[in-house]
Write a protein that binds this ligand. Structure first.
Ligand code: ZN
Length: 411
């Protein structure tokens, strides 16, 4: 998915604005003597931007449009240090609403839907983004915000909400509460738009089963508008994203080189038309890949895979980038194995190796099972791990996911 001429033109206009405003990135470009880009090769030489750059610009160092054009700010709450402040022009706010409206439309939501919004309103981009898009669509918003489950359920029943917008954990909590109170027949929900955290297939299945609704994954981050820059289409798990607003690259987080379509790596985003705080090659640290095949739904918007984790979880084994969620996904397909496993990464004879420990019962041939798992990893990820199959009950039980991956390379 190389950058198009139109996108290059848009990038040049953003570069001009950034240099003119003298923002951190504008200065970076000036120091590097970059005035514009004429080709994909030029573009790939542009410096990256990082969350730390954005923090250092606190409070308003990112502001790229004149003050009189800025209509609001949003902020991403950092757990450490300064927050990031993103200024928006009226056009940015409108562009965000258009993208969010597209998300709803992609999910088959119309102006006849009643959209129940539970993410928080305020400095962060969640609730207000869901609201903007729904109003743009012409649907009826029910701006609940988070908490107060009694009131949520009362409104859900009385207002006959048809769409639930929530984090996956809150959707699950509501689903369980509906089940517990035996009020499922009074709930009119048909769809759920779930955002702002990573969630596994198991959680998805539970919410889907308990509420009987179709679920959609919405993607976005405060630094780039907010939620609403991408969503999956019905029946597919991959997410379409709006390449007329953002240019998305997948890079190798170690070498920082762009990867071919289909390969897993870090999502890097360039905003193409943002005015208040344009970002060039912003490193999200989210792991995904571009899906090269066109989508069955007919949409021409490109797609990425479900976000699989953070680049911090990534390991490089025999020259191949790999992260625990990929191994987990493969192991789940082997019904012969229990749900327990352990991954050990070690450094032997100058190279990294991975050992995967799984459990099974005595009815299976341990060697044969191990070989099949190793072959599955080889064909799907590209390297052969050492697989050790042990008797059920031998692996340590732990609630903590982190205990299942042991990196012995730095011991
Ligand atoms: Zn599609």
């Amino acid at each position: 998915m190389r950058i198009s001429d139109k996108q290059l033109e848009q990038v040049n206009s953003r570069i001009e604005a950034l240099v003119k405003a003298g923002s951190f990135y504008g200065k970076k470009l000036e120091e590097a003597g970059i005035k514009g880009v004429n080709s994909a090769e030029d573009f790939e030489k542009l410096p990256f931007s990082e969350k730390n750059d954005l923090r250092e610009a606190y409070p308003l160092g990112l502001m790229t449009a004149p003050e009189e054009e800025i209509v609001r700010i949003h902020s991403s709450s950092g757990t450490t240090g300064l927050p990031v402040i993103i200024p928006y022009t009226a056009k940015d706010v409108d562009d965000w609403a258009i993208q969010f409206k597209r998300c709803y439309e992609m999910a088959g939501i119309t102006n006849m839907d009643r959209i129940h919004i539970t993410p928080g309103y305020g400095l962060w981009t969640a609730g207000i983004g869901f609201q903007l898009g729904a109003e743009k669509l012409g649907a009826m918003c029910i701006p609940m915000g988070p908490g107060n489950t009694d009131k949520q359920l009362q409104f859900m029943m009385d207002m006959k909400s048809t769409v639930l917008c929530a984090t996956s954990s809150y959707a699950l909590l509501l689903a369980e509460e509906i089940e517990k109170r035996g009020i499922k027949d009074k709930i009119c929900l048909k769809k759920g738009v779930i955002g702002s955290e990573r969630w596994g297939d198991k959680m998805r299945e539970r919410i889907h089963n308990e509420l009987g609704i179709e679920l959609f994954d919405i993607y976005g981050l405060t630094e780039i508008y907010g939620p609403g820059i991408g969503i999956n289409c019905p029946g597919e798990k991959y997410m379409h994203y709006w390449d007329d607003y953002i240019y998305l690259e997948i890079i190798d987080p170690v070498t920082l080189k762009p990867l071919p379509d289909g390969e897993w790596g870090e999502i890097v985003i360039t905003t193409l038309v943002k005015e208040g705080a344009p970002l060039i090659r912003y490193r999200t640290h989210d792991l995904s890949r571009i899906i090269p095949e066109p989508c069955k739904c007919g949409s021409k918007f490109p797609r990425i895979d479900v976000i699989k984790g953070r680049t911090d979880d990534m390991m490089k084994i025999k020259g191949v980038n790999v992260f625990p969620a990929q191994i987990e996904e493969i192991l789940k397909e082997f019904h012969e194995c229990s749900s327990e496993y352990q991954i050990r990464i070690s450094h032997l004879d100058g190279r990294d190796t991975m050992r995967i420990y799984v459990e099974t019962s005595g009815e299976y041939d341990f060697n044969e099972l191990g070989e099949r798992i190793a072959a599955a990893v080889k064909s799907r990820i590209g390297f052969t791990p050492i697989v050790k199959v042990v008797e059920i009950g031998l692996l340590p039980r732990s609630e903590k996911k982190s205990k299942r991956v042991i990196d012995e390379r730095f011991d």
